[in-house]
Design a binder for this molecule. Structure first.
Ligand code: FE2
Ligand code: FE2
Length: 414
């Protein structure tokens, strides 16, 4: 199931910069995203404005009831988003915008915002109210589709790593129709739209790896350190992965959407990485989510490169994808051998979290791929107000604002 390295564009090596990049690269990166929405109720904006105020305690003291009002709103949105059998797209988008703003308090520099209230009890309470219902839904979805009990997961480290690999390559997102579409069918505007979603939808992988390695030891720390150094282009500025992705955006003159322009399927893909990498209780889950990114990247990156070449985008513009199509094959093997195996050998209980991380990341990617395929097709057929996605003999519909859970076969929506 491992993608074929020979499918990567050989002529990339002709360009000196690109060659150097190919010697180093790895996976996703990209900063995010400012502002919030201007229509309807905007919980994310209210939270951000309050948390940006260095005098938050005074505001909460003077405006009696404000704290409870916002907490009540957060609980209501979370209930609509993840405690209902229907998929409420507006509620999910509001929840993930708000959650992203809270997570960003932990990964940014105090430049555009003071971050003075990073650990304020109000921020912590909001995070709890918004994160818990989503987390419960994610884990419920994972456990309903897979037996992730300690009895079912292989106890032998090498056998568990093999389970991890097989599970990743047999998840419904593998061989997703989106990547066949991008490779052989999508028009240039459709591909360019997809790239804007990509730049909005990735947290900085280098920072994620850096956070994930805290507290690890031995081979696990060494592999994460090596992976991190690859993210930084092994010290070559032009080969830093975030730089390579920015080159794509600049070459194609694309504009990264703001968070309030993005649906939950994009935002949840970012949040699942931040959810796993920021809280230490999720340290083993982070090893699962990050490994999933590595294992699943080469195949999809190869197909994106093929699609880009087909519509006339210069190979040097998509070097980010061309590089990851190759390098993540090695990263995936390194992660299995030097992170998963030794971690399970040292702490057998870690396999539960690692497995949950793999599935939750894969499920989030599946939602994202479904959304991208459905929406990209509307660029060619803008009259459609309802889009049908089919896979594996099943089909479901994406309406303009809602997905009817009764037509959706995946456990995610429950
Ligand atoms: Fe990688
Ligand atoms: Fe990378």
């Amino acid at each position: 199931m491992t993608p074929n390295a020979s499918s990567a564009p050989r002529s990339l090596a002709a360009d000196g910069i690109v060659r150097e990049a190919l010697e180093t690269i790895e996976l996703p990166a990209i900063p995010l995203l400012p502002s919030a929405s201007s229509t309807g109720y905007d919980l994310a904006r209210r939270i951000r404005n309050l948390l940006d105020d260095p005098d938050l305690d005074r505001i909460l003291e003077e405006q009696v009831g404000l704290e409870e009002e916002i907490l009540h709103d957060a609980r209501t949105i979370a209930r609509r988003a993840y405690a209902s059998p229907d998929v409420d797209n507006e509620a999910r988008s509001e929840l993930h915008r708000s959650l992203l703003g809270l997570y960003q308090q932990h990964v940014r520099l105090p430049v555009d915002a003071s971050l003075a209230n990073q650990f304020h009890p109000f921020a912590m309470r909001l995070l709890y109210e918004l994160e818990k219902p989503w987390e419960r839904a994610m884990l419920s979805r994972a456990h309903s589709a897979y037996d992730l009990s300690m009895e079912a997961l292989p106890a032998d480290p090498a056998a568990f790593a093999e389970w991890y690999r097989t599970t990743a390559f047999t998840h419904p997102l593998y061989e997703h129709e989106l990547y066949a579409f991008l490779s052989s069918e999508a028009t240039r505007p459709q591909l360019e739209w997809f790239f804007t979603m990509e730049c909005a939808g990735e947290a900085a992988f280098d920072d994620l790896v850096a956070m994930a390695q805290v507290g690890t030891r031995g081979d696990v720390k060494m592999e994460m350190g090596s992976n991190y150094w690859d993210e930084l282009g092994k010290g070559k500025r032009h080969a830093v992965h975030t730089h390579l992705f920015h080159k794509l955006i600049e070459d194609l003159k694309l504009r990264a959407p703001a968070a309030d322009e993005l649906p939950w399927q994009v935002l949840a893909g970012v949040n699942v990485m931040l959810w796993s990498c920021i809280p230490r209780r999720n340290a083993f889950r982070a090893q699962g989510t990050l490994g999933a990114v590595e294992l699943l990247a080469p195949q999809r990156c190869t197909r994106v490169v093929h699609g880009a070449k087909r519509v006339g985008i210069r190979k040097t513009s998509v070097v980010y994808y061309g590089a990851h199509a190759i390098i993540d094959i090695g990263h995936a093997e390194g992660w299995l051998r030097n992170v998963i195996e030794p971690q399970v050998a040292a702490f057998p209980e870690s396999r539960a979290g690692i497995a949950e991380g793999l599935i939750t990341r894969a499920d989030a990617s599946l939602d994202y791929f479904d959304f991208c395929l459905a929406r990209a097709r509307t660029i060619a057929a803008p009259a459609a107000s309802t889009i049908t996605v089919s896979r594996g003999g099943k089909s479901w519909q994406h309406g303009k604002n809602r997905v009817d859970a009764s037509t959706e076969r995946r456990p995610a929506s429950a």
